[in-house]
Design a protein around this ligand. Structure first.
Ligand code: SAM
Ligand code: SF4
Length: 330
C-alpha cells in the first residue's frame, strides 16, 4: 500500500477496546462515556480485518487501546494473529499496555511470538502514579514489567512529559531504565479529546525543554536509529539505552509516517491528528469475501493526509480532534 505522498503503509495500530482500568488525567476524564458494546467488533472480526491488512502488506501490528489487556478473550486474538508470524507475512506483533494485567499474560504473549512490549509509566513515585492514573497502582505495574522481562520480552517505557508533575523526575527515570535495561520514550502531550477540568496548556511541556534539562545529567549521543515512527532517538552514553522523543507539537514527523490506525468499531484513521476516517465495518459485514473490504482499505489509503496540525497555545487550549487517544489507540 502506497499513499499519495509515496509513503509505504506497513504498520497497523489497532485499538481493541476504548475501555481502560486507569483514568490517566491527560487521556480521559474520570467519568468517561465508553462505546456501547454492540458497536464493538468481535475478536473474530478484528482478526479478519487485521489479516486483510497483513495480506495487503502490513508487516507490523500493534494492539493498543484503551487498555488492550482488559478486553475479554484478548489472548485469543494474539494466538490467532500469531499465525502470520509463523508464515513470515508479519514481522512483528506487539502491544502498548499500562501494565496492570501484564503479570497475568506475559508468558502467553511471549509464547505467541511477541518479542517487545511498550509499558506506559509517567512516574516512579507511587503516590504521584496514583494521582496521574487516578485508578492505577504502581506496584502492580512494576510486577507486570518484571514478569514480562522474566518471560523474555523486551520492555520499552513510555512516559508522557507533564509540566509541574513529572518534569523533575524524568532524569531519575532515565537512570531506572538504564539499570533495568529498558529503552525509554518521552512523549509530548497531544490535544486529543476533552479531559474534563484539566487544562492542556497547564500539562504541556515542550520536549526541547526536557531534552536540555536531561543533558545536564546525561550524555545524549545522536544515533541513526529510525523506526519509521514519530520518535527521534539518542543513546544515553552512561547507560547504553536508547531514549526516544516524540514531539508532535515541536517537530513535524509526518513525512516518514508509515502507519494507519484502526478503532475497535472498525473505523480506520489515516492520521492520528485529523478527523477524516473510513468505515471498514460495513464492507467487512457486507460479505464473507474480503474484496469489498480490500477496496475500502485501498480507497482509504488514497486519502491519507500529508500531516497533522496540532497546536497548543493560549489561542488553542481545546482539543485539536474531539476523539480521545484511547479511541484511536496511542
Ligand atoms: N492503555 C495503554 C497505555 O496506557 O499504554 C495503551 C493506550 S494509551 C492511549 C497509549 C499511549 O498514549 C500511552 O503511553 C499514553 O501515555 C499515551 N497518551 C494518552 N493520551 C495522550 C495524550 N493526550 N497525549 C500524549 N500521549 C497520550
Ligand atoms: Fe488508560 Fe492508557 Fe489512557 Fe491511561 S493512557 S487512561 S492507561 S488508555
Amino acid at each position: 500500500m502506497i499513499d499519495p505522498f509515496g509513503r509505504h503503509i506497513s504498520y497497523l495500530r489497532v485499538s481493541v477496546t476504548d475501555r481502560c482500568d486507569f483514568r490517566c488525567v491527560y487521556c480521559m476524564s474520570e467519568d468517561m462515556t465508553f462505546l456501547p458494546k454492540a458497536e464493538i467488533l468481535s475478536l473474530e472480526e478484528l482478526d479478519r480485518l487485521c489479516s486483510a491488512f497483513v495480506g495487503m502488506g502490513v508487516r507490523k501490528l500493534r494492539l493498543t487501546g484503551g487498555e488492550p489487556l482488559v478486553r475479554r478473550g484478548i489472548m485469543q486474538l494474539f494466538r490467532s494473529l500469531s499465525r502470520h508470524l509463523k508464515t513470515g507475512d508479519l514481522q512483528e506483533l506487539t502491544l502498548t499496555t499500562n501494565g496492570s494485567q501484564l503479570a497475568k499474560h506475559a508468558e502467553e504473549l511471549a509464547a505467541c511470538g511477541v518479542k517487545r512490549v511498550n509499558v506506559s509509566i509517567d512516574t516512579l513515585n507511587p503516590e504521584k502514579f496514583a494521582e496521574i492514573t487516578r485508578w492505577g497502582r504502581l506496584p502492580q505495574v512494576l510486577e507486570g514489567i518484571e514478569a514480562a522481562t522474566a518471560a523474555g520480552l523486551k520492555v520499552k517505557i513510555n512516559a508522557v512529559a507533564l509540566r509541574g508533575v513529572n518534569d523533575d523526575e524524568l532524569s531519575e527515570m532515565v537512570a531506572w531504565c538504564g539499570k533495568h535495561g529498558h529503552d525509554m520514550t518521552i512523549i509530548e502531550v497531544m490535544p486529543m479529546g476533552d479531559i474534563g477540568g484539566e487544562q492542556r496548556l497547564d500539562q504541556y511541556l515542550p520536549l526541547s525543554m526536557v531534552r536540555s534539562r536531561l543533558k545536564r545529567d546525561w550524555t545524549l549521543e545522536e544515533i541513526d536509529y529510525r523506526t519509521g515512527g514519530p520518535a527521534r532517538y539518542v543513546r544515553v552514553k552512561e547507560t547504553g539505552q536508547k531514549l526516544g522523543f516524540i514531539t508532535p507539537l515541536t517537530h513535524n514527523f509526518c513525512e516518514s509516517c508509515n502507519r494507519v490506525r484502526l478503532t475497535c468499531t472498525g473505523t480506520l484513521f489515516m492520521c492520528l491528528g485529523q478527523d477524516d476516517a473510513a468505515d471498514l465495518r460495513a464492507p467487512l459485514r457486507a460479505s464473507e469475501s474480503d474484496e469489498a473490504l480490500r477496496q475500502a482499505i485501498r480507497e482509504a489509503i488514497s486519502r491519507k493526509p500529508k500531516g497533522h496540525d496540532f497546536v497548543i497555545d493560549r489561542d488553542h487550549t481545546g482539543p485539536a480532534v474531539t476523539r480521545h487517544m484511547s479511541v484511536t489507540g496511542g
